[in-house]
Design a protein around this ligand. Sequence first.
Ligand SMILES: Cc1cc2nc3c(=O)[nH]c(=O)nc-3n(C[C@H](O)[C@H](O)[C@H](O)COP(=O)(O)OP(=O)(O)OC[C@H]3O[C@@H](n4cnc5c(N)ncnc54)[C@H](O)[C@@H]3O)c2cc1C
Length: 379
Amino acid sequence: MSEAKTFRVVIAGGGVAALEAAIALRELAGALVSVQLVAPNTEFSYRPMSVREPFAYAPADQYPLAEIAADIGAELVVDEFAWVDTEQQIAHTTKGVELAYDALMLALGAHMKSPFGHGLTIDDRRMDELLHGVVQDVEEGYVRSIAFVAPARMGWPLPLYELALMTAARAYDMGVHADLTIITPETAPLAIFGDEASEAVGELLSDAGVTVITSAHAQVPEEGQVVIQNGETTLNADRVIVLPELFGPSVRGLPAGEHGFIPIDEHAKVRGVDRVYAAGDAADFAVKHGGLAAQQADAAAESIAALAGAQLTPEPFRGEIHGVLLTGRKPRYLTAHISGSRGYSSQITETATWIPATKIAAQYLAPYLARRADSPNAA
Ligand SMILES: Cc1cc2nc3c(=O)[nH]c(=O)nc-3n(C[C@H](O)[C@H](O)[C@H](O)COP(=O)(O)OP(=O)(O)OC[C@H]3O[C@@H](n4cnc5c(N)ncnc54)[C@H](O)[C@@H]3O)c2cc1C
């Protein structure tokens, strides 16, 4: 087939959803599509593993995007998507480049904001710099209490729990005591993973000596102070670690969803807009999680492949959530089906129930990374 006749797909983003969509498209539509990957970052970062950095583990893996693009026959455009003209089917970049598309996929991620202006807000780009000192102070007995606080609008479910459990394990190993408290708006610990997993995580936390305050609307009005339910309870802690609040990219040219997220349907198509898809943390799905980002990307890739002429029937996004909870001891593997922001048919095991058993369960990206020689952390 000549280049002029290929179906032009522009994918904006260089994270999980973008790469999953790009690999899926190549597998599902082969030479029917040409793919341009537009991203400002030159490396794909395996964000979930950053929680281990403050505990003196190796940094989270980084993979050169140029290599990944070459492997899957995509053109890498190092630039930033700026806005879309949906009538002309043109994606505009911040450098002023115009990319014509037959289908556009937006996988732009979310913006992290510090919700309270106080406390240490988790940022995976500098996790070690941010929290290594805190872990050291716990080890040396200078820090005796830490509050781990999630904002009213829950962001990523796992990292706050992982940091608390890993800190508890480290304190135990060093023979020091620290009061560790998780304060969360969830009705139960990791409620998104369903009742069974949530109860088991609750027991795990209790065994580790971590207190959990659920259904909590917290504020951090000053350093070291957490106020819950408008003053009903006040908690003082030597350090306060905070999950960031997430906001969508507010894309010019598309309908605006709440908090700037892009509204999508069950095929990850942007509502009311032809040939534009969105997936991952940028989309308006209530739960933000890498595995879900990948499933949305798969749904979009199937729809785009069908538009390009591939013989398949696009399936809607499944909403099955897999999570590996790092605990500082044996990890736990959690699975649930989700509806809205609730999990059901919940499962928790000490061995993986999906293959490859990666932190980010992604049908195409996970096996691709596992095949690469430079992926010790991903598995
Ligand atoms: C500490 C931590 C632990 C986590 N643990 C887990 C876990 O255990 N399991 C799990 O499944 N998930 C986990 N998550 C969540 C997971 O990392 C995210 O849900 C996932 O990265 C979302 O993927 P995404 O592609 O939507 O967005 P991102 O990964 O944020 O990628 C967005 C990409 O878009 C690029 N971009 C931004 N703006 C533009 C633009 N204008 N034009 C072009 N490109 C742009 C960015 O540079 C980036 O490459 C964790 C997250 C964190 C921070």
